[in-house]
Design a protein around this ligand. Structure first.
Ligand SMILES: Nc1ncnc2c1ncn2[C@@H]1O[C@H](COP(=O)(O)OP(=O)(O)OP(=O)(O)O)[C@@H](O)[C@H]1O
Length: 317
């Protein structure tokens, strides 16, 4: 089977982790002290939460880290059952290492019901001598307060454009692929700080061509080019409704994009349009409304026409 690059290029050590500098420093101090409290990793997808947990385990436990690290996904089973069975069973066994504890990494911990979280809190306390928990979640506010207060909280942030670009360049180099600056910018723009998404797009693009430029990236992702979407909106704002509509239709047909895809792209483009903030706010408000209608099942062609009509009217005010 072909390698999956997100796994192939998952950093093995804390030093290899890109960005998240403060987090990495704090984790290194646990390695040095050979001890750690329970940890709560909060932040968006693909920013290094699982990666940091595994790298920490590797550095703490050495070669046989797998025996001391157990990964569970809470969203598979959201109820109290998972805490009473799987988590407890693993937590109660002795640590198979000389550090004195092992780690349970619980991904998507915010999927657990409040009851299950309350049971988890008791388990964490009962076995804290031999077992440390790393809870991973998107929003720490979805974790009950008594757990939050027993954990050191780490807030992961979306990765910086420069950091993502550096990593993508490194991966492309290692795979013998050429990538242009335009292509890097396009991937960064589409991935929104999610490194997993960025690396997946790079791999999809590399499957199409050894030289990856912007066109290849948009072809691989099936999205419209940013300039094309921008052009549609600019035409509408300039009062050229029919032209804008024709161009948008062409994009929809040629690329087979759904209304939802297009609305998401429009949403991102609005921020960079050369218009004043008041108008941006107005357009964003309307875009949100239209997106809601499309998601709820309204006819997407009519809704997109309505949105362009709104842009046209707003532009002529
Ligand atoms: N900070 C980072 N430095 C280098 N690579 C990263 C980083 N963050 C993510 N990656 C890459 O993206 C992949 C996914 O990252 P990871 O599993 O750590 O995400 P996560 O934050 O745990 O997301 P989720 O909440 O979806 O589980 C990794 O295999 C790695 O290749």
């Amino acid at each position: 089977m072909e390698d999956v690059w997100v796994e192939k290029y998952r950093p093995k050590s804390l030093d290899e982790v890109v960005g998240q500098d403060e987090i990495v420093d704090r984790l290194k101090s646990y390695v040095k002290a050979k001890t750690m409290p329970h940890l709560l990793f909060a932040g968006p997808a693909g920013t290094g939460k699982t990666t940091c947990a595994i790298a920490l385990a590797r550095e703490l436990f050495g070669e046989n880290w797998r025996a001391s690290f157990h990964e569970l996904n809470a969203s598979d089973e959201r109820g109290i059952g998972i805490v009473r069975t799987k988590i407890k069973e693993y937590a109660r066994t002795a640590a198979p290492n000389d550090v004195g504890f092992k780690i349970i990494f619980l991904d998507e911990a915010d999927a657990l019901t409040p009851d299950a979280q309350a049971a988890l809190r008791r388990t964490m306390e009962m076995y804290s001598r031999t077992c440390r928990f790393i809870l991973s979640c998107n929003y720490s506010s979805k974790i009950i307060e008594p757990i939050q207060s027993r954990c050191a909280v780490f807030r992961f942030t979306p990765l910086k454009s420069e950091d993502i670009k550096k990593r993508l360049k490194y991966i492309a180099d290692s795979e013998g692929k050429k990538i242009t600056e335009d292509a890097l910018n396009a991937i960064v723009y589409i991935s929104g700080g999610d490194m997993r998404k960025a690396i997946n797009i790079l791999q999809m693009s590399a499957a199409i061509s050894d030289t990856i430029d912007e066109g290849v990236v948009y072809k691989a992702t099936g999205l419209a080019k940013r300039e094309d979407v921008e052009d549609v909106l600019k035409k509408a704002l300039a009062g050229d409704f029919i032209e804008a509509r024709n161009k948008l239709n062409k994009l929809l047909v040629e690329l087979g994009l759904s209304g939802e895809d297009v609305i998401k792209q429009i949403h991102r483009v609005i921020y960079d349009l050369p218009i004043d903030d008041r108008l941006k706010v107005e357009l964003l408000d309307k875009t949100g409304e239209i997106e809601f209608r499309i998601v709820e099942g309204a006819n997407e062609r009519i809704q997109l026409d309505a949105l362009l009509a709104y842009f046209t009217l707003a532009g002529s005010k």
